[in-house]
Design a protein around this ligand. Structure first.
Ligand code: T46
Length: 187
């Protein structure tokens, strides 16, 4: 597997080694020892999630706060998404950095999203099956996030606004500025 650290500190792009034979292909979608050797991180994933979405669905930008924060290993098993990470860790050397990458059934790439980063994706194919591992449990009370179209972040989601399908919950997420203000009061 090839592991490259992105320009967000602790966020890694992972390309698994695909073993082809006459029957098809095989790859290790996660190997704790190899992951630790390549990233230097010892991760214990405790929850796996899957979500299925139609084209234009945008989920995010989400994260869980405080001790409920989650690192995620995200991938796409069917279809194609644009995956986006925003470093909102106040003390990070890459605070405010935005990294985006296409994850797809075809490229089989994975992205490791460190704790404390906001994460989201938009579906570019007709449908997409999104699969991810988390190193902390879901806690609804700890959920927070940033509105997808925050003017300061100015993320290019590659689709027009009228193509996007967004949950009512995500439509009222705070702005980046409001989110950072909220962080100050809770830490
Ligand atoms: C995340 C989660 C949700 N749920 C329940 C809560 C709702 O009844 C339903 C849908 O939840 P939500 O609309 O928050 O799902 P997404 O919009 O896909 O949320 C995810 O989207 C972005 C991309 C992320 O990175 C996060 O992992 C996660 O927030 O599943 C659970 O039961 N367990 C869970 O771990």
């Amino acid at each position: 597997m090839v592991v490259k650290e992105t320009y967000i500190e602790g966020c890694f792009e992972i390309t698994p080694k695909i073993i082809q034979d006459k029957r098809g292909y095989f790859f290790e979608s996660f190997n704790k020892k190899k992951f630790q050797n390549k990233t230097g991180l010892e991760i214990d994933f405790v929850q796996d999630n899957q979500s299925f979405s139609e084209k234009g669905v945008l989920r995010g930008l989400h994260l869980q706060k405080g001790e409920d924060s989650q690192a995620k290993l995200v991938s796409v098993s069917k279809g194609k998404v644009l995956d986006v990470v925003v470093d909102v860790r106040p003390n990070s050397n890459t605070f405010g950095a935005i990294f985006s990458i296409v994850l797809s059934e075809e490229n089989k790439k994975q992205l490791f999203v460190p704790r404390g980063c906001a994460h989201g994706f938009v579906v570019l194919s007709e449908t997409a099956l999104f699969y991810y591992k988390c190193d902390n449990f879901y806690n609804k009370e700890a959920e927070t996030g940033i509105i997808y179209n925050d003017p300061k972040l100015n993320i290019n989601w590659q689709l027009e606004d009228d193509e996007l399908i967004i949950s009512e919950k995500d439509k009222v997420l705070p702005s980046f500025t409001e989110f950072m203000e909220q962080q100050k009061t809770t830490t």
